[in-house]
Design a protein around this ligand. Structure first.
Ligand code: SF4
Length: 173
């Protein structure tokens, strides 16, 4: 299975709690003014690789405790990321997923698109919504603008509505 990426960062401390590997997918339809990763928007940019090649790069360093999907728009390649995320979970990595869509839209879409349901199912925390320049706030943890939410996906799926993620070890406001 192929996947189009903008790049991989093996160790990041800004894309979720702890030290995390970050997979930046290529291609994004949201075109947010002020986008922090403008080079990831072109759906034919970046490079093609395989899901297995990404899985082979999952960290063996025990200090790396999570995997983050960023972009670009991860839900445009939800099926491939769901496979990578499942492999990450089997290695006890937490999975954070960024998206320019809001959770409510993804939940609705997941009823018709199994790949979207699969990516939601292996995501622990979803950082949702487009980047809004007028709500830009550099004091927010892991987010660029105040409209974006940190959501507890398992709880949100159980309750059928967005549930904020709260981790006492991390200040998110
Ligand atoms: S969703 Fe993210 S990558 Fe896509 S245009 Fe907005 S800020 Fe850029």
């Amino acid at each position: 299975m192929q996947i189009r990426l903008a790049g991989i960062v093996k160790e990041s401390v800004v894309d979720g709690p702890g030290i995390r590997m970050v997979v930046f997918v290529q291609g994004c339809p949201h075109h947010c003014p002020g986008c922090h990763n403008e080079n990831t928007q072109d759906p034919s940019g970046g490079y093609l690789t395989t899901v297995q090649e990404v899985i082979d790069q999952l960290p063996s360093n025990p200090l790396v405790t999570g995997l983050t999907f960023s972009g670009g728009e991860p839900f445009l390649q939800a099926g491939a990321l769901a496979v990578i995320g499942k492999a990450a979970k089997q290695r006890s990595l937490s999975v954070f997923t960024y998206t320019g869509f809001v959770f409510e839209t993804l939940l609705e879409q997941s009823r018709n698109y199994p790949d979207i349901a699969a990516l939601l199912a292996i995501t622990d925390v979803l950082i949702d919504g487009p980047f809004l320049l007028e709500q830009r706030d550099i004091s927010l943890a892991f987010r660029g603008s105040g409209n974006q939410r940190l959501l507890d996906v398992p709880a949100s799926l159980r309750q059928g509505k967005a549930v904020e993620w709260t981790d006492p070890a991390w200040s998110t406001d």
